[in-house]
Design a protein around this ligand. Structure first.
Ligand SMILES: [Zn+2]
Length: 106
């Protein structure tokens, strides 16, 4: 009988823990504001060793969308060749535009 009580308690504590963890995550996500890349001179050298350790601590390098010019974090950007885009839709739009320019118009 005591084991069942312990199990229930464990379950409740687990639920509470998950809820608290989720709340902390959403708070961190809401707290990040655009316009934090105001450090000139550094960034290119840092991204080389950005491995699996300290993922959240490092400031993410920003890349510029070749279609609309919006700066997006590298992990969320779409890379086609040497160019970066804020979304796959813009990558396609850019590709369609450039190929249309190459082709002779009829
Ligand atoms: Zn874009």
């Amino acid at each position: 009988m005591r084991q069942i009580l312990l199990l229930v308690l464990l379950f409740v504590v687990g639920q509470w823990f998950v809820k608290a963890l989720r709340r902390a995550q959403t708070q961190t996500r809401a707290g990040t504001q655009p316009g934090q890349g105001a450090q000139p001179g550094q960034g290119a050298a840092r991204s080389a060793n950005g491995g699996a350790s300290g993922k959240a601590a490092l400031p993410e390098p920003m890349v510029r969308c070749a279609e609309c010019g919006v700066h997006a974090p590298r992990s969320e950007s779409v890379n086609v060749g040497a160019r970066s885009f804020c979304s796959s839709g813009h990558a396609r739009a850019y590709d369609a535009r450039t190929t249309a320019q190459d082709r002779p118009a009829r």
